[in-house]
Design a protein around this ligand. Sequence first.
Ligand SMILES: [Ca+2]
Ligand SMILES: [Ca+2]
Ligand SMILES: [Ca+2]
Length: 628
Amino acid sequence: MRFIIIILSFWFLASASVAQIIVKPLDLAPLNKAKTSATLQNHTIELPFWDDFSTSIGAIDTTWWTEGSQQQVIVKPGIGIDPPSLGVATFDGVNSLGQPYLPGPTDGGVDSLVSQNIDLTQVPTNLRSTVYLSFFYQFYGLGESPEEQDSLILYFKNIDGLWDKIWPKQGENYATDPTIFTEIFTQVNGTQYFHSEFQFMFKATGRQNGWLDNWLVDYVYMDKRRFATDNSYLDRAFTSPPTSIFNQYTAIPYDDFVAAVNQNVLFKPTQTKLRNLESDLQPIEYSVNLYDTLNNVLIEQITTDQSLVLFQKDLVSVSSNSLNPTLLDANADSLFLMLEYSVNSGDKYLVDSIYNNGVDTVFYDSLHVKEISLRVNDTLRSYFNLHNYYAYDDGTAEYGAGINQPQGKLAVQFNVLEGKYLNRIDIYFPNVQGNQAGVPLELFVLNDFEGNENSVRFQSNIAISHSGINEFITYELAIPIFVTDTFFIGFTNLSSNEDWLSVGLDKNTDSSDKIFVNVDGRWTPNNTVQGSLMMRPYFTSTAPILGTEEENPIDISIFPNPSNGRLHIKGSYTSLNLIDVLGKRVPYEMRNNTELYFNVSSPQMLILLIKTDKGTISKRIMANPTNQ
Ligand SMILES: [Ca+2]
Ligand SMILES: [Ca+2]
Ligand SMILES: [Ca+2]
């Protein structure tokens, strides 16, 4: 099998920085700062200011926003409900690395989004009454709701360097419908703002120890020659992540694709949404293409030049048929696919129409402001793969879900078409409510919920670690286990208090019927959480070097199992080795060559490696502490 770098299922809009988007949160680590300092330096820009966040999924774009903002606010793709365009700046109580601002549940200042210096002395005096800043905001969307005392405030920096509160004005309430993006217009009014280091800032207050109290901001535009109701933008934009090409999953193992009796059932039609931000109708055409990213070839033109008329301020669903599985390479061992929605919108650059007399051949460009093309949100790309893991989630968490009871358990069901070796479990543990790093849990793989000795295939005690927003942590199994048909991956909360143990919850997909909970000794189907838990099983095509007892003809029996510290070994062997699931040796003592004594401090899975003249076999032992 070829070695292939694993690409997570994720998606974003096309842009010049496409190749860097996948690992954005890690790029922000202080250690990497020196490398990127050239692009992170704060600088002065001129009007117009325009950011729709569609090309900066993950990290805020420092063309427009300060370096400090990039370390606080992140751009989330799927958290806004019908945003003006894809990607919204998301305010919460963690920084852009996912670390809570403070350890305890206090309320106060959290994320800030601060513009670069804007030189407003460049605005001619006769146009200074025409400078407006507009933006859209949404009250939490698919995230977590702010409470009455929480706020999102817009400030302007005056010539004395002081921040003046501009919005909300005294007595003005927030629009609190979480499904609506409300547009706000603010005039930059007064000589105190027309200085060379003008800045504006969005600042949130809320719970300071987690992913809570979300405010979403989008489509920030500031320019001269505007007016208080200047809300028609010559812009068409995709607004939401496309749905998966797969039925039920966002990634499936390649051998299950090959094994499917009817490959068509693995795939389904995809859809996304397209918005017309103009107060006029606009005919458009859209196309959907499927590419093989490894070999860089077009596999299928799924939809070509589909015509559509977008009415004024319209938001429409656009969709595409399922891909054709017979066009996929059946002799590959993996397929890395890119689905691309593109719209021929007629969009151009953000031009100053008065200066150019309606001629759009001259577009705004200067030393400090890059070209502002309203085409950047006209292409939507999503990545899917048929490789070595199953995923229900889309790779981005909108929120978290978990259990807050010591010894409470959570499991996610998977079904494989072909038997295969499970060798790794990836889980994303966000700091939804406080820092979760170090919280103990027991990771397990179950065959079923019967609770007998055949039910548990693997268990291991671990501590949570966290490396960044939407960064999965990988847990490798020391010895891969063979799974067939249905199995479950999950964990037991081993903390001793009532703290929540949270897993990333993707609300853009829904596999809630695959989630099971156990808080009182009985497993029950989840009926409270909607979405997909960010837990993924990985497989290897390579059998463990050791034989497994199911397949090996060597006649040795070990009992009792589970064991409380003593094992009888019946059959002839040349040597023994006892290890835990991480491969560490466990001390033991032999008596009469047939009785093995060991001592463990907590219940755990051990593996006994038995060397014989016919080969080596492994036996899994459920080991309990010795009764004193
Ligand atoms: Ca956007
Ligand atoms: Ca556009
Ligand atoms: Ca998501």
